[in-house]
Design a protein around this ligand. Structure first.
Ligand SMILES: Nc1ncnc2c1ncn2[C@@H]1O[C@H](COP(=O)(O)OP(=O)(O)O)[C@@H](O)[C@H]1O
Ligand SMILES: [Mg+2]
Length: 440
């Protein structure tokens, strides 16, 4: 007991070296060189923008996007670009890489060019986007030739999008010949039409003499159809679609980050297996790299000397649980109880598909056991349809039968994965399950 307590409060002691405080996990980071598994873990971290020579299999796309933007390096107006494609197909990576090359080249040729990357998911209103655009460009003025620091002061708050634009035009006219703006995940922006319209017609409307190039990226192909006509005509952009990666392309991408690991740690089958798993859903390089990193962490936690196929399988499960947990976080508790009911049915039957009535009967028992109100049949039916929409389950219409048409529901994910994700989110289910140990 005493020993336990000592261990529990160990982290409260002042660390020997604050730079490597174990409470903050910094002791592990800094011992990376001592890791048996990783040599450069950061190469596998989300958000790392790798150097150009690690980008593989996107040569055509890189050239094509560069071809639209290259004019800025000669002081001429770049074209606008719109990139579509599923997640993890290299859209952000290629855009950032090409834009950086264009801006660096322009600056080396004596042209005052700048770039801004806007993550539309978080800068999702016109004011937020305009503020970021204005502040970032104002703060990078000192990177321009002979410019020094900007003398323009942009208020941090208290002004709206229109005011920020006024500052933006002033900054552009004072310091810049041209800029390229990356609007990433623009389908998640609330006012994307207004933003695109304002930026794409700024010169025409005589707001500024600077050239503005826009690279807009969307995970949804349908986004183009949603743009209004006014924007479409002022954008006059070129569209590109990035296709998902094949398994062999994913192998290539991972091979180029092999040096994230210590020599000899990756056994032969690991990269191909990771690639196969990622290619089965859609060829998502982010997922592949994630699973590879987690496989390394699993091996590390076991003190293993090498990463084996089974570490990849475990990592895949971990990654699925993480994603599903995220997805379920936004679900109301009742939806979790419905999903739990379908999971229980799946686990205790030979068949996989269950009618709404089957699920409803089971849900009644679950709702009673956890002590919540029992929702109506219709509501449960709605919840099942919503969960199909999220890709957690699948609903299929069965025609005929004694009671006419009905829906059959199938769990699309591994029941253990679903259960683990549900238990993370819902203490009442944890109680029901008692001593369930999650798959590792
Ligand atoms: N062709 C590629 N070569 C090397 N790494 C890639 C490639 N495509 C994607 N990646 C890596 O995969 C992850 C996801 O890529 P990203 O560009 O963010 O995808 P998207 O923006 O299409 O969702 C990033 O870590 C990125 O570095
Ligand atoms: Mg992206």
């Amino acid at each position: 007991m005493k020993e336990d307590q000592e261990q529990l409060t160990d982290f409260l002691q002042a660390p020997d070296d604050p730079a490597n405080d174990p409470l903050l996990g910094l002791d592990q980071e800094s011992t990376d060189s001592a890791s048996q598994i990783f040599a450069r873990r950061e190469l596998l971290k989300v958000g790392t923008v790798p150097e150009g020579d690690r980008i593989v299999g996107r040569n055509e796309e890189i050239k094509a996007v560069a071809n639209e933007l290259r004019h800025l390096a000669m002081g001429e107006p770049p074209n606008h670009v719109m990139i579509y494609g599923k997640t993890g197909t290299g859209k952000s990576l290629v855009s950032r890489h090409v834009v950086k090359r264009v801006i660096d080249s322009a600056n080396a040729r004596g042209i005052n060019a700048g770039k801004v990357y806007i993550e539309c998911k978080s800068k999702n209103t016109e004011t937020r986007a305009a503020r970021t655009l204005t502040q970032e460009l104002n703060s990078t003025v000192d990177e321009l030739l002979d410019a020094g620091e900007s003398t323009i002061r942009v208020p941090r708050r208290g002004i709206g999008a229109g005011d920020y634009y006024e500052y933006l035009w002033e900054i552009l006219d004072e310091y810049y010949d041209g800029i390229i703006v990356i609007l990433d995940e623009i389908d998640k922006h609330n006012d994307s039409d207004e933003l695109l319209h304002e930026l794409s017609r700024a010169r025409e409307a005589d707001h500024t003499d600077a050239h503005i190039g826009i690279v807009a990226i969307s995970n949804k192909i349908q986004y183009r159809g949603r743009l209004n006509e006014r924007v479409k005509s002022s954008m006059r952009n070129k569209d590109f679609i990035f296709e998902p990666y094949s398994a062999s392309e994913l192998v290539n991408i991972m091979e180029h980050r092999r040096d994230a690991f210590q020599e000899g740690v990756l056994t032969e089958g690991v990269i191909p297996k990771t690639a196969d798993l990622a290619a089965q859903e859609h060829g998502d390089a982010r997922k592949a790299i994630d699973v590879l990193r987690i496989a390394g962490e699993v091996a590390e936690n076991e003190n293993a000397e090498q990463i084996l196929d089974r570490h990849v399988e475990e990592a895949q499960t971990h990654a699925e649980v993480d994603r599903l947990t995220d997805l379920l976080k936004a679900h109301p508790p009742q939806a979790k109880f419905v999903l739990y009911s379908l999971m229980k049915l799946t686990n205790s039957n030979d068949r996989h598909a269950f009618s709404t009535s089957d699920v409803y009967d089971r849900y009644n028992l679950v709702a009673r056991d956890v002590g919540v109100d029992v929702l109506s049949f219709d509501r449960v039916y709605q919840i099942l349809k919503e969960s199909a929409f999220l890709g957690v389950t699948e609903s299929q219409k069965i025609s005929g039968g004694r009671e006419g048409n009905y829906l059959d529901h199938t769990l699309l994910r591994d029941p253990d994965v679903v259960l683990t994700a549900l238990l993370v989110n819902e203490d009442r289910l944890k109680k029901l399950e008692g001593d369930f140990t999650p798959p590792t």
